[in-house]
Design a protein around this ligand. Structure first.
Ligand code: TYD
Length: 327
């Protein structure tokens, strides 16, 4: 597929923590308009140098510590990266926008800022924030900061809040690849609490497409919810993944590996977003059917078992054992 924006220079800034992996970028790393910079967003001087050298004129900010369980074990990194890191990016954007008023900043966030949704209800962009985990609180703080830079300095900001993502290359601490990895290794599949927590699953390509729409057409100072409407309980999702693996690999029912474990503290029961604003105002729609995306994602992990193995050696196992030791 031809690159969509050949006239843009894309500078990918990442400090490559445990979940970062240059292999994930192999298919784009040779493109003439792509460049990788190993920079930590909490290192302001390094970030400033990188902005100046590359004449950065827009930011799509996805850099974050993103795993709720890790934020419960150790919140400090979340405060540093997600709040201070966002602040440094906003500061650089503010400085640059003094000479270049068109400087655009897309801040990418999560549905978790709204907290748990009552049965039958969906949050819209006017709903109050009510974060329940250190991760969610750190993202909510960053969203507020981003909005304040629009109100106070007139920075050209747009914000998105998305539901749970799934797709290739997702680090196997997240439910989706964790289920596949454990099933492939005949290990117990931990389901928190009664498994009836609900999540709305958004395919990563649809999310990227939504970011493209909001970055190019979203109204400054506004936020947009992004969801696909594929809402289901965790136990249903886990059983569906197991069913696909059974069909593809044979060898009996993988559902037998499911183990209900002690619930996550502060675990939000239900996430549900109303995304009519992005659909009506920007004409975005998720173009991938959930069932098709689910199956192709399972296929990707089956074809890339070595990738899964490389992610789950070393540091991951230490985390995994700490995580499940007392459950
Ligand atoms: P996760 O992928 O961690 O995303 P988030 O916490 O951002 O929603 O988890 C998705 C859901 O799956 C969440 O309700 C917690 C649950 N879960 C399990 O039941 N078992 C697991 O091993 C993991 C990682 C998550």
């Amino acid at each position: 597929m031809a690159p969509k924006y050949p006239d843009y220079l894309f500078v990918n800034i990442d400090c490559l923590t445990y979940a970062g992996n240059l292999f994930n970028l192999e298919s784009i790393s040779d493109l003439p308009n792509y460049k990788f910079e190993k920079v930590d967003i909490t290192d302001f001087p390094a970030l400033e140098k990188c902005f100046a050298e590359n004449q950065i004129d827009s930011v799509i900010h996805l850099a974050a510590e993103s795993h709720v369980d890790r934020s419960i074990i150790g919140p400090a990194k979340f405060i540093r990266t997600n709040i201070a890191g966002t602040f440094y990016l906003l500061e650089l954007a503010r400085k640059t926008s003094e000479r270049d008023k068109s400087f655009r900043f897309l801040h990418v966030s999560t549905d978790e800022v709204y907290g748990s949704a009552e049965s039958g209800l969906q949050f819209n962009e006017e709903s109050p924030f009510n974060p329940n985990s250190p991760y969610a609180a750190s993202k909510a703080a960053a969203d507020h900061l981003a909005r304040s830079y629009y109100q106070t300095y007139g920075l050209n900001i747009v914000i998105t809040n998305c539901t749970n993502n799934f797709g290739p290359y997702q680090f196997p601490e997240k439910l989706f690849p964790l289920v596949i990895n454990n099933a492939l290794n005949n290990k117990a599949i931990p389901v928190y609490g009664d498994g009836k927590h609900e999540r709305d699953w958004l395919y990563v390509d649809d999310h990227c497409n939504a970011l493209d729409f909001v970055f190019h057409s979203g109204k400054a100072g506004e936020s947009y919810n992004v969801s696909s409407g594929s809402l289901m309980t965790n136990i249903e999702l886990v059983k569906r993944i197991c069913g696909i693996l059974d069909k593809k690999l044979g060898g009996g029912k993988r559902e037998k590996l499911i183990q209900f474990v002690t619930d996550r503290p502060g675990h939000d029961r239900r996430y549900a977003l109303d995304s009519s604003k992005i659909k009506n105002e920007l004409e975005w729609d998720p173009s991938n059917k959930f069932e098709t995306a689910l199956e192709s994602t399972v296929d990707w992990y089956l074809k890339n078992e070595n990738w899964l193995k490389s992610c789950t050696s070393g540091e991951y196992m230490k985390y995994y054992e700490t995580m499940y030791a007392n459950r």
